[in-house]
Each structure stands twice: as structure tokens, then as C-alpha cells.
Ligand binder design. Structure first.
Ligand code: AMP
Ligand code: GLY
Length: 422
């Protein structure tokens, strides 16, 4: 079969890489892909933008694509699935109505409250004044969230009331998108876990839980980023916890979506906070695979990925045998451009990837482009990934790999997986 992957990050490189491991997959195309997908056998980059729905649709029809897999949230929220389905194509990824679960935090919060899904206490405001007086009456730290998609930047965990008030003002200034609504939320403490689940709209099955290091600095300090490293399976998400997540989060969410007549086929990503006594609450939902979580979950997947995706698209997930996993652990370390998540330069020549792979790492590209030489083209540049019998081995391989790699200004955290190191 022929598969088209939409997107250009490390997540999409990992998706293409995994799909190509199956003997059933003849060819993968990536729109637009990156320097990593350009280098995969039987994979071709197609130079179109992810919001060129018509161009993507025509290409998929001409090539007789059997399955389109959409990586990023923006085209999903803009309705790429609805459009491609209207052409008769099979699409893995929710339609526009389903993507609201990520695209509107107010919508997602209402769904969680109605479906009795455990989540932080919160209030929604459409004006700054009542939000500010609510902040006065509530404990610090307090969390301020903009409603729409904000590329991970719309959340402020405020430790002072001034900071909270400034964040509310920034939301209504439109600093994070439309700026119509703000959510003010209780601050949860504990460890974050990402549970990505596959669903066909009726049945929902979790993948291995993963943990992502969101902060730029070692010891999980400093600014939030798209993710500086990750590992799976996250030991904090015990079998017992995953059973509770299935009942109290995944099943309830699918039922609530169906009650709204939403036919959701793709990944539902639940970001959870687990407190020290093992109770959890949902921080957010995403309508797609996580990045960099995908880069540590897919290497451990034994069941062919395209079989699972097709079962979701054709609504027969219930009939699939249980998802099979490889033994062991996987970890990834992100090599970022100096200055990220703030201002950074691109166009730096990258060296050492072949040496990293010779040292046993798998290198997924994120912000790279092949322009005769491989050069940097984004904030997060590479995901250097190790797999082993345990976390120590996986992390050792990932770090042995990243030490081989170089580009001007390269930055990476040296403490990825500190919670799980022996
Ligand atoms: P979100 O976009 O809702 O996932 O938020 C991004 C990040 O902000 C999360 O991954 C958490 O690190 C943090 N965050 C969001 N909501 C809360 C909360 N209620 N308490 C503490 N941290 C939060
Ligand atoms: N790693 C966080 C996300 O994909 O949203």
C-alpha cells in the first residue's frame, strides 16, 4: 500500500520510518517532510504546504494513496480530514469537529466536566475584569490558559498575582490567537504523563504511556518548549493507573464525543498530571500524536502500525488482537538550536549523524532540510533516540549518539530520564 504522511517534524519522520518497516507498505510520501524523511528508502518528500488541502487531495488521488496520516494539529483543526474524506480518501486523524478537543480548551473543558472526567477546577471568562477578581480570591500558583491553538505557548503557570493578571491581559490582547476566552485554573502538582490512544470512534486503546520533558533547562526548569526529550514506557503509569485512565478518561471521552455526534478516528492524546498519591487529572487533550512522545513509543511497537491505523479508519478496532510491544525501553534526547524556545538561527550545517547511528542510536529529524548538505531549519533539530533492555541502556545509546553530532549553537539537556535512571 501507499501512504501519505502530512507534516514535517520528528513525529512525522518516526511515523514514516515505522510505516516503512511493514512489508505491506510499498511507499510513503511526506508532505512536506524534512531532511530525515528525504533520506529514507521508499520515501519521497512532496513540496506542498500542509494547508494546501486541494494540492494534497489531488496528489493523493493521482497516486492512488491508500491511507493519509495527518501529523500536526493545525490542518486537523482546519478540516483537512473532512476535505480529504469528501474526495473518497481514507484519513487517519479526526475531522474538524473532533479536533476541537485540542483547538478549543473551553470546548474540551466543558466536555470533561459534562462527562465527569477528572480535571483541574477552573472558570472561563470572556472579559479581563472578572478573571482578575477570580484570581484575587484563589490560591497561587494559578494557571492561565488562552482558548485556541497557540503552539504550546498559551499556558502560563503564574506564581504571583501580577504575573497572572499580566497573562490574562496578554490573552485578551490577542497574543495567543483570537483572545476571546481565558481559562483560569487550579495548579496541579505531580508528574506529567502522556497517554496516546488509538480510536475508531467506538473503541479506544492506549499505546504505551510516555513522559516528556517540557522545560528547556535541566532539572525541568525554565521556559516551556515543545519537548526536550522523552521516554517510554513511563513507569509511573502503572497497570492499575492505566485501567483507571481507560475507564475514567478514554471511554468517557469517546462516549461524550459520540453523544455530540462526533465520529473521531485517529489519536486521542490525554496529558495527565499524576499527584504523589497516585491520583490523576487531565491537563489537556490533543487530537494527534505527541512530539517527541511518538519518537519513543513507535520504536517499541510490534504490531504493524498501518494495520492499526486502517482498523481505526475502517472502524474495526475492536476486532483487532491486543496491540503488541517489544520488551525494553526507549528514550530520546532533542538537539535544539541555541536560543530556542526564543530566537534562534537556522541554516547551520549538521555533522555526525552517521556516527551517531553507528554508535547504535536512531536519529529522527525535526527541523532539518537537505540542501546539498543537511542544515538546521527549526528550533528542535534532531531527536537522538536509543532503545535498550532498560532505561539505562536506552539513555546511554541516545547520549552516545548525540555526542557524535554537531552544529553551531547546538543545545541539549543532559538529564533526560533522570526520574528513571537506575
Ligand atoms: P496544555 O497546553 O494545557 O497542555 O498546557 C501546557 C503545559 O502547561 C502542560 O503540559 C503543563 O506542564 C502545564 N499545565 C497546564 N495546565 C496545568 C495545571 N492546571 N497545573 C499545572 N500545570 C499545568
Ligand atoms: N510533547 C507535547 C505535545 O506533543 O503536545
Amino acid at each position: 500500500m501507499k501512504i501519505l504522511v502530512v507534516g514535517s517534524g520528528g513525529r512525522e519522520h518516526a511515523l514514516a520510518w515505522k510505516l516503512l518497516q511493514s512489508s505491506q507498505v510499498e511507499q510513503v510520501f511526506c508532505v512536506p517532510g524534512n531532511g530525515g524523511t528525504a533520506g529514507l528508502n521508499r520515501c519521497e518528500n512532496i513540496s506542498k504546504s500542509v494547508d494546501d488541502f486541494e494540492g494534497i487531495g489531488n496528489f493523493a488521488l493521482n497516486e492512488a494513496i491508500n491511507l493519509v496520516v495527518v501529523g500536526p494539529e493545525v490542518p486537523l483543526a482546519q478540516g483537512i480530514t473532512d476535505y480529504l474524506q469528501s474526495l473518497g480518501l481514507k484519513v487517519f486523524g479526526p475531522n474538524k469537529a473532533g479536533a476541537q478537543i485540542e483547538a478549543s480548551k473551553v470546548w474540551a473543558k466543558t466536555l470533561m466536566q459534562e462527562a465527569k472526567i477528572p480535571t483541574a477546577n477552573s472558570a472561563v471568562f470572556n472579559r479581563a475584569a472578572p478573571a482578575k477578581s477570580y484570581i484575587k480570591d484563589h490560591e497561587l500558583p494559578i494557571v492561565i490558559k488562552a482558548d485556541g491553538l497557540a503552539a504550546g505557548k498559551g499556558v502560563t503557570v503564574a506564581t504571583t498575582r501580577n504575573q497572572a493578571v499580566e497573562a490574562v491581559e496578554a490573552v485578551f490582547r490577542g497574543q495567543f490567537g483570537a483572545g476571546e476566552f481565558v481559562i483560569v485554573e487550579e495548579c496541579l502538582i505531580g508528574q506529567e504523563v502522556s497517554v496516546l490512544a488509538l480510536t475508531d470512534g467506538l473503541t479506544i486503546r492506549p499505546l504505551l504511556p510516555a513522559q516528556d520533558h517540557k522545560r528547556i533547562g535541566e532539572g525541568d526548569t525554565g521556559e516551556n518548549t515543545g519537548g526536550m526529550g522523552a521516554y517510554a514506557p513511563a513507569p509511573i503509569a502503572t497497570v492499575n493507573l492505566m485501567e483507571r485512565v481507560q475507564k475514567q478518561v478514554l471511554d468517557r471521552t469517546i462516549n461524550a464525543l459520540r453523544a455530540r455526534n462526533i465520529d473521531y478516528r485517529g489519536v486521542l492524546y490525554a496529558g495527565l498530571m499524576i499527584n504523589p498519591s497516585g491520583e490523576f487529572k487531565v491537563l489537556e487533550f490533543n487530537c494527534r500524536f505527541g512530539d517527541p512522545e511518538t519518537q519513543v513509543i513507535l520504536p517499541l511497537l510490534e504490531t504493524p502500525l498501518e494495520e492499526l491505523m486502517l482498523a481505526c479508519v475502517e472502524q474495526r478496532l475492536e476486532q483487532m488482537p491486543p496491540i503488541e510491544w517489544k520488551q525494553g525501553a526507549c528514550a530520546t534526547v532533542v538537539a535544539a538550536s541555541g536560543g530556542y524556545p526564543g530566537v534562534y538561527e537556522t541554516g547551520k550545517v549538521i555533522t555526525g549523524i552517521a556516527h551517531a547511528e553507528a554508535a547504535g542510536a536512531t536519529v529522527f529529524h525535526a527541523g532539518t532540510t537537505l540542501n546539498q548538505q543537511l542544515i538546521t531549519d527549526g528550533g528542535r533539530v534532531l531527536n537522538v533516540t536509543g532503545m535498550g533492555e532498560n532505561f539505562e541502556q536506552a539513555l546511554r545509546l541516545a547520549y552516545a549518539g548525540i555526542e557524535q553530532i554537531n552544529f553551531e549553537g547546538m543545545y541539549y539537556r543532559r538529564d533526560i530520564g533522570y526520574q528513571v535512571k537506575g
